[in-house]
Design a protein around this ligand. Structure first.
Ligand SMILES: *Cc1c(COP(=O)(O)O)cnc(C)c1O
Length: 391
């Protein structure tokens, strides 16, 4: 039986896959089982920050694998402590709880917000406000936080105490905060799955004002937009706000499962021993890989990310059949004038470029942050041609 048949027969059918078996990769290039070459503008939903099997990351990970691959959280390990310190130095946040995924990082944030609201502000202060078209994960809390009905369908009842509002609707947010006893407002500063939608600065100002007036926690979901993806280390850093809780995952591990829930001075001591945990959280191999990733995302590196982003935008702005570009940095949404984003993605795949769709009929690009300029030019030309080919 070939791989695709075997997968269809034995792997639970929760994914729609492209008919490609990725066999190996190096940097921004992948090869399928037939030896066909693909330039990767998807990077595992923006996970492989430094592409496939990056040398420095591989060395850090394999060295740690040969020392200690795992211990329980009853003991200390160095990569976990070092990574928490590095994240704190780079963000000014106080402490980190490590997880294995973005959804799990968001669960930690939601639990922290509920405990803060109900213990500091009163037993009825538990409502969490999230945005329509958001995406926060698949576990019950995270999927309830996700403001898209389709993800809730047939799994009800959802977790109580969530209210949804339209992104960038300042008046709508004021009304929701007035009508509910709100513990936290949670948002992606650039929505990924929902359509690479960028939050407006005035909206962030409104969030900040409401949060200050009402002691509401601000949770930034940086699972997709974090770790250099938007041209800043975290996407909230484009705005005038300091979130109380920042969650991240995807690009943090550059391909190994790790997530993080970071707390500021106000939230760092809310969760105490016994409140929360994760068996694999802070795994030394995943943390060693993340150290090699975060350690390299400095101002010079981010300037390169922004240069690559400007190149793609320059090529696609006004290109045939391109109606609109959205996003920040190397998190890019492209709206076709005609044709479906899914057809364009399939055309790219046929021509050796991996990319994906996002909500609102958009093609989404999330290339490795260090994609070489020549590969970027080659792949961008393929994307441009795929847009032009739509009838
Ligand atoms: C992918 C994603 C998640 C969920 O992360 P998992 O690692 O799949 O649990 C949460 N929030 C955002 C913004 C995401 O893009």
């Amino acid at each position: 039986m070939d791989i695709m048949e075997k997968d269809a027969k034995y792997v639970a059918g929760t994914y729609g896959r492209f008919p490609v078996v990725i066999e190996r990769g190096k940097g921004s290039v992948a090869y399928d089982a037939d030896g066909k070459r693909y330039i990767d503008l998807e990077a595992g939903y923006g996970t492989n920050s430094f592409g496939f099997c990056d040398d420095e990351w591989l060395a850090a990970v394999t060295a740690q694998l040969g020392r200690v691959q795992h211990t329980s959280n009853l003991y200390y390990t160095s990569p976990c402590a070092e990574l928490a310190e590095l994240l704190s130095e780079k963000t000014g946040l106080a402490k980190t709880f490590f997880t294995n995924s973005g959804g799990e990082a968001n669960e930690c944030a939601l639990k922290c917000a509920r405990k803060y609201g109900t213990t500091v502000k009163g037993p009825d202060c538990y409502t969490i406000v999230t945005m329509k078209d958001s995406f926060h994960g698949r576990s019950f809390g995270a999927v309830t936080a996700t403001g898209v009905e389709h993800y809730h369908d047939s799994f009800g009842p959802m977790v109580p105490g969530f209210v949804y509002t339209e992104l960038n609707d300042c008046e709508g947010l004021r009304e929701v905060v007035k009508a509910n006893n709100v513990a936290a407002i949670m948002l992606e500063f650039v929505q990924g799955e929902g359509g690479v939608n960028v939050v407006a600065p005035e909206y962030v100002d409104t969030i900040r004002e409401l949060a200050e007036e009402n002691d509401i926690l601000v949770i930034a979901d940086e699972v997709q937009a974090g770790n250099g993806r938007t041209g800043k280390l975290y996407s909230y850093m484009h705005y005038d706000i300091e979130p109380d809780i920042v969650t991240t995952a995807k690009g943090l591990g550059s391909g190994l499962p790790i997530g993080a829930c970071m707390f500021n001075a106000k939230t760092q001591s809310v969760l105490v021993p016994g409140d929360h945990g994760s068996t694999y959280g802070g795994n030394p191999v995943a943390c060693a890989g993340a150290l090699s990733v975060i350690g390299r995302i400095d101002d010079a590196f981010l300037a390169e990310v922004n240069k690559k982003a400007a190149y793609i935008k320059g090529e696609l702005m006004g290109a045939e059949n391109v109606a609109e570009l959205t996003g920040l940095g190397l998190m890019i949404g492209i709206v076709p004038e005609k044709g479906s984003a899914a057809d364009i993605v399939n055309e790219c795949l046929k021509n050796g470029v991996l990319c994906i769709t996002a909500g609102g009929n958009k093609v989404r690009l999330l290339p490795p942050l260090n994609i070489p300029d020549d590969l970027l030019a080659e792949a961008t030309a393929v994307v441009k041609a795929a847009f032009a080919a739509q009838k």
